[in-house]
Design a protein around this ligand. Structure first.
Ligand SMILES: [Zn+2]
Length: 323
């Protein structure tokens, strides 16, 4: 039976249950710690916020949350352990790097002027998956890979290459970040050509694009796609996400789609508030939107419980077991 690394140890893929494939607890953009007026990071405050924000999702039956925060985007493994213990849900953490634009590429870009960094980045990912992250004793359960808008930079290409190699070596799934629903087919092609198993790849943030041809061109590569920004109307209208989702499930792709919200209640840095005009467009952005609003909307459209179970339970199980 396939084993999955969670922040509290290994479990069987059968034990994942209802899974949100792409969420965050903390998130920090590069440079947050250079803001002289930012309060210092408070892990206990973060834990309280995250547990509170996740309670309702647990009441809806959430069993496993994948924290998709890359190593260079404010990931806090100790916090993930605390939240998992207090709430009694599985949390799976990620190794991997964020986009060149918003991650922390400086160290690696400097080294890449001298030699090809792919091998050492791959070693980093494999170390975090097989031996653990820092001295936390926690092993990463997914590899995060990310690319920018409309283009994969030379740096991001190296990260994808390292992710594919690390997956080949460890069997751990890759979940990706695409920007505004661009570069999905290119990511899938690149990862597969570097030896990654399509059955262990999820191309993420595909719901930032309502072009069905685009969705099908990614699905044709045998990978999973994630509608994992449900509720973020500020980035893309949820009704278009829902229309695509219902259409794709309607023509038989329930077994290739994962659902999530890319929510994160605790941002690192100075208190930040969206302008009033943006607030209604974020009203549904939470850990619970999939359970509370999306699943009922799918049922209303005639999608049965079996297909919903496929997306929420079976697909995560198969992604992590490579079936
Ligand atoms: Zn994310």
């Amino acid at each position: 039976m396939a084993k999955v690394n969670t922040v509290l140890g290994q479990i069987s893929a059968d034990e994942l249950g209802q899974t949100l494939i792409h969420e965050h607890l903390t998130f920090g953009y590069l440079g947050w710690d250079c803001d002289a007026l930012a309060p210092p990071y408070d892990r206990e405050a973060a834990a309280k916020t995250c547990v509170e924000a996740l309670k309702e999702a647990k009441a809806y039956g959430l069993k496993t949350l994948v924290d998709a925060t890359a190593s260079d985007a404010g990931r806090d493994i100790e916090l993930q352990k605390i939240v998992s213990e207090r709430l009694g849900i599985n949390i799976i953490c990620a190794t991997g790097m964020y986009t060149e634009r918003y991650g922390k590429p400086g160290y690696l870009k400097f080294r890449s002027q001298v030699y090809d960094i792919t091998a050492e980045v791959c070693e980093t990912f494999v170390k975090e998956i097989t031996k653990g992250i820092g001295n936390t004793g926690v092993k990463a359960g997914v590899i995060k890979a990310a690319t920018g808008h409309g283009k994969i930079s030379a740096y991001e290409e190296k990260m994808l290459k390292a992710a594919a190699r690390a997956q080949k070596e460890t069997g751990v799934p890759i979940i990706t970040h695409t920007e505004a629903g661009t570069m999905g087919p290119e990511q899938a092609d690149f990862l597969i050509s570097e030896g990654a198993d399509p059955k262990r790849i999820t191309i993420g943030h595909m719901c930032g694009n309502a072009n069905l041809q685009y969705h099908l061109s990614v699905l044709d590569k045998g990978v999973y796609i994630a509608f994992d920004r449900l509720g973020i109307d500020l980035l893309f209208p949820d009704r278009l996400r829902k229309a695509c989702l219902i259409g794709l499930v309607g023509i038989g792709y329930a077994d290739r789609i994962l659902l999530s919200q890319d929510h994160g209640p605790y941002w690192l840095g100075r208190f930040f508030e969206f302008p009033d005009a943006a607030k209604p467009l974020l009203a549904n952005w939470s850990y619970v939107h999939v359970f509370k609003n999306i699943i009922p909307a799918l049922k209303e459209a005639g999608i049965n419980d079996n297909k919903i179970n496929t997306m929420m339970v079976e697909n995560p199980r198969r992604l992590f077991s490579g079936e």
